[in-house]
Design a protein around this ligand. Structure first.
Ligand code: FES
Length: 75
């Protein structure tokens, strides 16, 4: 039997987060957000699902232009 080809790491959206899981999903309680929460959309954060600023290095290295989702609570 033929094995499927190995994943093309450079084509992956998610290079390293929870790779033992078939799908990465996160739940954040709106009551815990408070004034503001900053969520990672580049999949490079060490604090995923929160942004740690890693998108800056990713953008510089690849020419990409990704950044976080900022959710604001009620003021
Ligand atoms: Fe991923 Fe900021 S670290 S969007």
């Amino acid at each position: 039997t033929l094995l499927p080809p190995p994943p093309n790491r450079s084509a992956l959206c998610n290079p390293a987060i929870q790779k033992d899981s078939p799908k990465v999903a996160n739940v954040v309680d709106i009551e815990d957000i408070g004034e503001k929460a900053v969520f990672c959309r580049c999949w490079r954060s060490k604090k995923f699902p929160y942004c740690d600023g890693s998108h800056n290095a990713h953008n510089e290295k690849t020419g990409d232009n990704v950044g976080p989702l900022i959710v604001k609570g009620k003021q």
